[in-house]
Each structure stands twice: as C-alpha cells, then as structure tokens.
Ligand binder design. Sequence first.
Ligand SMILES: Cc1cc2nc3c(=O)[nH]c(=O)nc-3n(C[C@H](O)[C@H](O)[C@H](O)COP(=O)(O)OP(=O)(O)OC[C@H]3O[C@@H](n4cnc5c(N)ncnc54)[C@H](O)[C@@H]3O)c2cc1C
Length: 461
Amino acid sequence: MTPRAIVIGGGLAGLAAGVALADAGWRVTVLERGGALGGRARSFTDPASGDVVDNGQHVFLGAYTQTLRFLKRLGTDHLIRFQPQLTVAFAEAGRRPAVLRCPSWPAPWSLAAGLCGFGALSWGDKLAMLRVVRHLRTGTVPSSTGDSPCSADDHLDQMTVAQWLATLGQTPRSRQVFWDPLTIAALNDDPEHTSALGLATVLARMFGQGSSAARLGLATVGLSDLYTRPAARIIEQAGGTVRVNTAVAAADGDGARATGLRLAGGERLTADAYVIATPPHELARLLPSSLTSRDPTLAGLSRFTASPIVSINLWLDRLITDQTFVGLIGRRVQWVFNRSQVVTAGPSTHVALVISAAAAYVGQSNEPLVALAREDLEACLPAARGARWLKTQIVREHAATIRTPPGSQAWRPGPRTPWPNLSLAGDWTATGLPATIESAVASGAAAALQIACTSNPAALA
Ligand SMILES: Cc1cc2nc3c(=O)[nH]c(=O)nc-3n(C[C@H](O)[C@H](O)[C@H](O)COP(=O)(O)OP(=O)(O)OC[C@H]3O[C@@H](n4cnc5c(N)ncnc54)[C@H](O)[C@@H]3O)c2cc1C
C-alpha cells in the first residue's frame, strides 16, 4: 500500500520535504495555513503595474547546492540568473562608486584579488582583511585564538560577530563597507548581537570553495513561480494533495507515535508519518507539552526570537542605476535591486529596496519609511535626484528569520523527535546553516529522509 505523509507548512522546507517524499513513493498531503503556498518566500502581482513583487528580494548563492538540486527537480533551476563571477557595486554619499569584483580564480585567491582591487577600502583595511582570507583556502576560518580552525564551532558560537572581528584586527572601515553589510544581509541581524558562527559558516561556504560558490543569483520570475506551483504539481501528480487556507491546530500522539492532526475547523486527519515545517513558535503550539518536555531541544522552542526585514518597492519615472543591484554604504537602506533588469521585461522602472535587521523600522508607518528611502537614494545615487516616484509599496516581514545570538546553535533541533513518525523541518532547524533558503531546503530533505528511513530502515543502507 502507498504510504501516506502529511506535511504541515507550505514554505520552502515543507515543499522540499513534500517533493522528496513524493519522489520516494509517498502520497503526500501539504497543509498550509495561508491563502497561498510560499511562506516567507513568495510573490504576488501588483495590480496597478502588473509587475511581479516578491515579499522581499531573495538572493541565491552559488553555494546553495541543495536548493539548486531542488530547483532542478522542479525544472526551474534555469530561472535563477547567476553572475559569471562575484560582483557587487557599492555607492556612498560623497565618494566615487566602487565595485568588488572577484575573478573566477580558485578560493581564496578570488576574494583576495577582489579585495585588492576594491576602491572603497584603504590598503590598511585590505591587509587586515587578507588576514582572514588567508584561512579560507581550507574552507575554514580562524577563531579568536588566531589559528585554530572553525571546527571549534562551539567556540565561535560563544561570541558575537563584532567580538570576533575585533579579535581578528578588522578595521572600522572594513566593518562598515564589508563585514557589517555581509553579516546583516546573510544573517539578518546586528553584528553586535549575532553569533560569529553564522558569519564564519557563510564565509567558508562562499569563499572557501570554488569561486562559483560565491556568485550571487536572482530569480528571473516571482518566487511563487519559481518553486511553489512546480512543487505542488509534482506532489499532486504522485497522488498527493495541497490544501491552502488549512491551519493545523494540534498534533496528537499516543506516547510512542504521532497518531493524527486536528485542524482549526475541527477536522481530524491521519497518515503514516508527519512533517512539521512551521516556524518554531507555531511548532511549540502544535505539539503537546507531554512531548516537548521529553526532549531538551523541543523544551527550548520559546527561546527563539525573530528579526524583521522591510522591503520598499518603488516605481519611478526613470532608471536610477544601471547596476543589477547596489549596496548603499552607511545608510539605513542597505540594498537597491533593479527589478526592471532582472524580472520585469518592458518599460517599468521597479526597484526594490531592502532594510534587513529592521527592528527600528518595521513599526514605522509608510510616510517616514518613504522619506528615509528617498534621502538614502538621493544621497548615494545621483540619478535618483529629481526622479518622480510614481508609486510605493512596502512589505513588512516582522518575523523574517530567527535571531541567532551566541549560544543559540544548541537550541536548534534536528529532524528527529521522540515520535519516530514525526519529523521537523524549517530554516531554523539544525542544518548547520544560517536561516536561509538553503537551510530550509536542506531541512526539508533531511526530514523526508528521516521519515523514509524510519518507516523503511533498509532505505538507510
Ligand atoms: C523579506 C525576506 C527576505 C529574505 N531574503 C533571503 C535571501 O536573500 N536569501 C536567503 O537565502 N534567504 C532569505 N530569506 C529567508 C528565506 O525566505 C527563509 O529562510 C525561507 O523562506 C524559510 O522557509 P521555511 O519553509 O522554513 O519557513 P516558512 O516560509 O515560514 O514556511 C512555514 C509555513 O508554515 C505555515 N504554517 C505555520 N503554521 C501553520 C499551521 N498551524 N498550519 C498550517 N500551516 C502553517 C506558514 O503559513 C508558512 O507558509 C528571506 C526572508 C524574508 C522574509
């Protein structure tokens, strides 16, 4: 008989788990609380312009191997446009624009060469940074003791990014131009508060492997077109079902196994196995305390807090940059993405501005956010001065990603739970990666494997 699985949550993690299980011969039901699939990585069509708007610009890395494998399975990997080599343009008020361009050389020479030619930094800044780069050849990064590699994950997880960079002798300017923007973009948190392990992991994955790992890629379609519809199709073609507007209220068990789910409307559903792919607070609400109290990691779910991202979409009467994206140094808006170059074909001049680690901004109304965006753009991009703003639209993601303060790695549970037929997934689980697309996809694959192996231990062989 075909085994049946229910996946709770139709974000990247849930859909990656659902597709993996469908491919392994399972009949999968995906239950999604929202009106559409996609969770924190979704898109919609702006009714006035007809343009596709993401809930926030998502950047893919060449190092996202699991994501690229997932998209290949969906037949959409060609819809990510990667740079031939890592190239990041920066603009700064009162200074000439600068471009970090890393040639396609083996790691770490690619980054070293890029830094040497990067006009936004002095030679003193660059020499300090090359001390970090030196260690990337082996895919490891130095800990604060100077030369022990980051196999000492625990050690790195006990300090903040700011503390780690201080021990590595990084200059204030290298922090302002490179380290802090990278930390905020990759970890969506303040370098003064977030664990150094996350940044060390990003550096090792981006710059400690081949130069193609560091390339950045953008989807040429809306995020929902990139993966939600193709994933749902695969699940349904394998006999499964995808239900939106379907909130799960609780998971039940008999002490040894999960036995069913109760939906918010009262309906009860059963299956052979279950994957919960929701954020941590929702997971804590779904599981009975008799289960969470048996597992030290599950008992700590309430410790997770989240960091917001604010995205300001603008439609302008002219192009304000010919770059695909630009980092603004020392401003509140950190990145400007030229959506017209990547997604929207035609005359539209749609740009998406990103404010990550946006705790100070997420509560603000549209008016001050638009004012600060205008100020930042006009200060850094001369072409923005005098541009007419035709329309703005702001997306506030209050819980964009989990925060990872020092010591938080130990809080992240793996896929396994005390109920062998219930697995966990989500970008926040223990994937060894920051809470990103890649972590979400990796967690979904791990949860599916866990379910498949538990129900058929021979599959492990
Ligand atoms: C604005 C923004 C920008 C980002 N930029 C990047 C980027 O550039 N690069 C990158 O790698 N990552 C980025 N991320 C992070 C990335 O989007 C997430 O890591 C990823 O989408 C998380 O997927 P997930 O499936 O783990 O969680 P989610 O997407 O949160 O999925 C969980 C799903 O569970 C559903 N759910 C919750 N409770 C229930 C319930 N009781 N019953 C049924 N369903 C339920 C939710 O509705 C949701 O759809 C960004 C995130 C945001 C918000």
